[in-house]
Design a protein. Sequence first.
Length: 216
Amino acid sequence: MRISELSRRSGVATATIKYYLREGLLPPGRATAATQAEYGESHVQRLRLIRALIGVRGLTVSAAKDVLDALSEVETDTHDLLGLVFGVWPASGAKDSACKDSAGKDEDPDSDSSEVNALLAEMGWTVTEHNPARHVISQTLDTLRSLGMDYDWQKLVPYAQLAEKTAVLDLDQLQDPAEPIEKAERAVLLTFLLEPALLALRRLAQEAESTVRYRG
């Protein structure tokens, strides 16, 4: 297809496609003349993933290029691919990082705590040391206690159990796409677009439970 058709099919403006080509996010098409080229379905899929990484996940063009470059190295390993698009590990050195477990290799003491390790052990979860969610949990527990709440990792266990069920649902929905690019795009959309809806469901459920308990 010509670049105009590629723009129509992907929903990306022609000028933006040319920019992605210059920046190396999109591979060049097959040259048909000095100033013309043809593009295929792989370019449509790639553009959709670029839109998901930049428009949905909020990556910069440079960061999206790093992820796309790294994806080409791990596209046959679904675990590594999902780790990249979820932002579990950085695009650089992703393959090596994916091999590390929660035993503490190359641990950054500022990004983790014994409470987080205790929670992971209780749940039987194996995750990488640099998963940014570790720091979020540790920081949240510290903040709650600084505000006078008696709150520790054990109170998070019921929430972790719910999160585990959510993760099963998430990954079940990633079984169908066979192509790595399609799987990566679906993972970004289902994760980052659904997060506000999941929070909204919690708010709805809280009101419904409050109605049952306090309004009869």
